[in-house]
Design a protein around this ligand. Structure first.
Ligand SMILES: Cc1ncc(C[n+]2csc(CCOP(=O)(O)OP(=O)(O)O)c2C)c(N)n1
Ligand SMILES: [Mg+2]
Length: 1005
């Protein structure tokens, strides 16, 4: 039976053009195969087939204009089942709404009743309603007889009791200042505590020794001892028992190490035999290869570090999106679910960074039970206490519980257990609750007698509780984060928890074991030099088997290969699949798509006007038809798909949603309906550039973290790109990200009405600062296509560790055909777009990029026709790439004064051409000024320095003096300066174009 394929609801558009017909008569097509591509003035969208069948009739051709209901084709199919694009069940939806309202009003009544007296509701999960009633009656009696405040007191007491017994009550923000897991429920570590203690001692020693040795070489080198000293147990328990490495059978857990604890990881790798004494001796001395990075930097240690974390706050948020991306890969069927975990270590001070906690609600919403945060609460940051007057652990607990995380507090070590048990008055817990962090810190700096006096001394009962303990015993009362038993129990619970992410909040002592030189004192963070006495103390504190002489020489300690410690340590890692951290990639390259995917972009668009943003979206649509590329594309958008005309992707490839879609979207009838699905491909991030960038980084490094090459394309307002998330972009460079960043609506005057905070005239400058970022500012569709194709080839087929920043504009104009042989120049950064050879007396080299190239092209025409000035017009696709080439060639020439001078690409392009250079862009002048040194021609640049403002494009270009009139007038003036022309032409042009010479320079306006 035959079925009509008609244009479905395409939103607000009427009479839109068909730009592609993707079927022909006789084709056998499947449901959802694209039939035609429609394009409005701002977006393009494919129309999918509503059914499977054979095309019997084709009723449209390219160029036709269609509206909703227009017949596109006919299909014959075998079955009678015809599937229409879904109709929104408006009536159903309304009745649903009504039902919900009714339910709500019932609930309201219940609430009102509840307010009168305490309700005696019974429910299915109430196994003993009589007992329930008794409890409620008791409560009512207290309210009646003793008043509400007494009732609240009793309830709080009951709740505290419940927590002490290990009950987890979901709706309270904080719990008492004790461990979440009660002693009776702690799972015991199967490890040999004796050996593990020794291993930990050696790691501690070697980490400190490495830093101290480096600072003997030069105090310039720096380093940190205190951070790792506080976190050693937190890492050690993970290394010995929990963290599974990547190997041929398993994808591996991913660990984000806290930046300043890097020495500890080197020290362990040394015991494992992975790093040598020579390497440890080269801590922070990386200039000659073989040194060790100060912090985790994959760029500098590409076989070791996986995640750059030292810029505080980036690690936690990148890890959250990493965990989310891992679920995305699994839900899209690209990766097996192996129960891999992402562990993230961060400092308590670090949690002040907005990025650290900024995405914790997303982690809970996405049910990221593959994510475990470990916050090392040593109560100190760099200058002093994190919360001297408060309690960072409680504050964090409140934030994480409020966001929906599973919170495991590890506050007190085992030595406290008997005291807590013996305390029948509840005063110990009360005291624990009331002491603020500033005091807790001071207590660990000042010794046992001080603790007895200040902590226990407040209440006679507590003083009595510790009366039989010596000061030394009191001093030994340890904190949870230094107790391997407590840490093991927490990790054990964390890895088994399901349905939400877990945070382990561990209390530790900054500079643990450093004694007077740096334990729990405000200056601990920067302590990097230990004198002889300090070192001897440190050795004794941890029983490191070194002689005094060896300590004085700051020798490392590594027991013999066949010692029980080394055997144990290696065996543990063998059991857990290998060493950590370690960076590798087993991904296979993606074959670059055939040229024909890009072919249509190389042709002229004729009269048809479109923006480069539309070009890009069309190109992505085409790429989704390539079987190799399509599944690997990860379009990422922070709530701007409609701005960029990308809403067609919603329905076509779906928006990733781990729970699918639980509602009928309002626009379900439309072609670009908001379709959320578990296997969705688009990452629609909402309004979070930091989050979107973190997703991009996760996808851009999937080749190493998940052994699968992905092609992330993150499209954003260029103004909210590098300047908003520049530090992430830098981290992406360090992490060797591969993917596309698209700065859309770029250029100071191209995005007209949005004003100062939206108009970007400098993102390319920021991009140019990242060594492995390759950036372009294309004007025409073929430039965009050549650049994008090469990006795919270099990054994803040839696996170069670079990433692309490409600006795209929202100004519609027609695009010419690609000039023959332009490819090489497009990629190198400039090519000759057009030559004017009229009268030929005076010549200029006119350069432009982005949409402003079009003003230059117009200016060239005026100059030629009205002033007899000829131009060579250069389309400069990348001043940044030209600069890189220029710098490198210049350096080579300086290094080889006796050799023949090599020429930069700019020089090669310009050497046989005459006249001064006039360079004009929609960016600050320093963008084009970058290539000044590489030509001996006079060089004049025009640009958009200053704050943007809202107005029309025309007025803005006039304001910033980059419109064709200013280009003409300034060019004539430059020619006068160069004595190639009299000044009267310029003066005439200034008059003709009403250019106000008294107007203040735009940077001052
Ligand atoms: C974005 C950023 N700002 C500042 C610093 C400098 N800095 C390094 S460590 C540190 C203090 C860290 O305190 P905390 O997070 O509590 O870690 P701890 O060493 O106490 O474990 C600071 C401010 C940084 N590395 N990154
Ligand atoms: Mg700290």
């Amino acid at each position: 039976m035959a079925q009509n394929i008609s244009v479905p609801d395409i939103g607000d558009f009427d009479s839109v053009e068909i730009i592609e017909v993707l079927i022909k008569v006789g084709d056998q097509i499947n449901k959802d195969d694209p039939i035609v591509t429609l394009e409005s003035d701002k977006s393009s969208v494919e129309v999918p087939s509503p059914a499977t069948g054979k095309v019997s009739e084709l009723n449209v051709k390219v160029g036709d204009k269609v509206s909703k209901g227009s017949l596109l084709a006919k299909l014959v199919n075998d079955s009678n089942i015809t599937e229409e694009i879904s109709q929104a069940p408006k009536n159903n939806f309304e009745s649903e709404t009504k039902k919900t309202q009714d339910e709500n009003s019932v609930n309201n009544k219940l609430v009102k009743n509840k307010n009168k007296t305490v309700s005696q509701s019974s429910s299915e999960d109430d196994i003993d309603p009589i007992e329930t009633r008794e409890w409620i009656e008791s409560l009512n009696a207290v309210i009646e007889n003793d008043g509400p405040s007494r009732a609240s007191y009793l309830l709080n007491k009951v709740v505290s009791e419940a927590y002490t017994a290990g009950l987890v009550l979901p709706d309270t923000r904080t719990t008492p200042y004790i461990n979440t897991i009660p002693t009776e429920l702690e799972i015991k570590s199967p490890g040999d505590q004796n050996i593990e203690k020794k291993i930990r001692a050696y790691v501690r020693w070697n980490a400190a020794a490495m830093v101290v040795r480096a600072n003997k070489i030069s105090s310039e080198l720096g380093g940190h001892i205190g951070t790792f000293a506080s976190a050693a147990t937190l890492y050690d328990v993970g290394m010995n028992h929990f963290w599974r490495a990547k190997n041929k059978d398993f994808g591996g857990d991913l660990i984000y190490f806290q930046g300043h604890s890097a020495p500890g990881m080197y020290a362990r790798a040394f015991l494992e035999g992975r790093l040598s004494v020579n390497q440890l001796n080269r801590f922070r001395q990386e200039v000659d290869s073989g040194g060790l990075s100060s912090y985790p930097h994959p760029w500098l240690m590409p076989k070791f570090w996986q995640f750059p974390t030292v810029s505080m706050g980036l690690g936690p948020i990148m890890a959250i999106y990493q965990a989310r991306f891992l679920k995305y890969l699994i839900n899209r069927g690209l990766l097996k679910d192996e129960g891999r975990k992402i562990w993230v270590f961060l400092g308590d001070g670090e949690t002040d960074e907005p990025e650290s906690l900024g995405a914790i609600s997303l982690a809970a919403r996405e049910k990221l039970d593959n994510l475990i945060f470990v916050i090392n609460c040593n109560l100190q940051r760099l200058d002093g206490p994190v919360r001297g007057n408060g309690k960072i652990i409680q504050e964090l607990e409140g934030s994480f519980r409020g966001a929906g995380w599973n919170v495991l507090k590890v506050i007190w070590g085992s030595y406290w257990d008997p005291l807590l048990k013996a305390d029948k008055t509840g005063l110990l817990m009360k005291r624990m609750n009331e002491v603020v962090d500033g005091e807790y810190q001071a207590m660990k700096a000042k010794g046992g007698a001080y603790v007895r006096e200040k902590f226990f001394g407040k209440y006679p009962e507590l003083k009595e509780l510790v009366s039989s303990m010596t000061d030394n015993d009191i001093w030994k009362l340890n904190r949870g984060g230094h107790d391997p038993h407590k840490v093991y129990a927490a990790y054990h619970a964390a890895v088994r928890h399901q349905g939400s992410p877990t945070v382990v909040i561990a209390k530790t002592v900054k500079g643990y074991g450093m004694g007077k030189s740096g334990e729990s004192i405000n200056t601990t963070h920067q302590q990097k030099k230990l004198d002889e006495q300090d070192l001897l103390y440190y050795r004794d504190r941890f029983n490191v088997p070194l002689t005094d002489e060896q300590v004085k020489n700051i020798e490392y300690y590594r027991p013999a290969e066949n010692s029980e410690e080394i055997k144990y340590l290696k065996e543990r890692r063998k059991q857990l699949g290998g060493f950590i951290p370690e960076r590798s990639s087993l991904s296979t390259p993606i074959k670059a798509p055939p040229k024909d995917i890009f072919e249509s972009f190389m042709k002229s668009t004729g009269d048809k006007e479109m923006s480069t943003t539309m070009v890009l979206v069309r190109m992505l649509t085409n790429l989704l038809r390539d079987k190799n590329v399509a599944p690997r594309l990860v379009p990422i958008i922070p709530d701007e798909a409609r701005t960029f005309g990308m809403e067609g992707f919603f329905r076509k490839i779906g928006i990733y949603a781990h729970e699918g879609q639980k509602y009928e979207p309002e626009d379900s009838e439309q072609l670009s309906s908001y379709k959320e699905t578990k296997s969705g491909q688009v990452l629609e991030e909402g309004i979070t550039e930091a989050g979107a960038m973190s997703s991009w980084i996760a996808a851009a490094t999937a080749y190493t973290n998940h052994d699968i090459e992905m092609i992330p394309v993150y499209v954003f307002y260029s103004m909210f790109g590098f300047q908003r998330v520049g530090d992430f972009a830098w981290a992406a460079g360090d992490a060797q990200a591969r993917g596309f960043l698209i700065g859309a609506t770029a250029g100071r005057t191209t995005l007209a009405g949005e004003g100062l905070q939206h108009q970007d005239g400098h993102s390319h400058i920021l991009a140019s600062m990242i060594p492995n970022c390759v950036s372009y500012d294309p004007t025409f569709s073929y430039e965009m296509a050549v650049i994008f194709r090469e990006g795919l080839r270099r990054m994803h087929e040839k696996n170069e560790n670079i990433f692309y920043y490409i600006t795209a504009m929202n100004e519609n104009y027609s695009h010419p055909e690609k000039p023959a042989g332009a490819d090489e120049g497009i990629l190198k950064g400039m090519y000759l777009f057009k030559e004017y050879k009229n009268k030929g007396k005076i010549k200029i080299q006119l350069m432009g990029s982005g949409t402003i190239l079009r003003e230059a092209i117009e200016a060239a025409k005026i100059l030629s026709e009205e002033y007899g000035v000829d131009s060579d017009i250069w389309s400069v696709t990348s001043f940044n790439e030209l600069r890189k080439d220029g710098m490198e060639v210049e350096r080579k020439n300086l290094l080889n004064p006796s050799n023949k001078k090599e020429k930069s690409y700019v020089e090669k392009c310009l050497e046989k051409r005459d006249g001064p250079v006039i360079a004009v862009t929609d960016y600050v002048r320093s963008f084009s000024d970058q290539i000044r040194p590489y030509t001996d021609k006079p060089f004049y640049s025009l640009g958009t320095d200053g704050f943007g403002r809202s107005d029309t494009r025309k007025n803005l270009r006039k304001f910033f003096e980059v419109d064709k009139e200013h280009i003409v007038a300034y060019t004539l003036s430059a020619l006068a300066k160069e004595q190639l022309l009299g000044s009267d032409s310029a003066e005439k042009a200034f008059k003709k174009y009403n250019i106000n010479k008294r107007k203040i320079f735009p940077t001052k306006l």
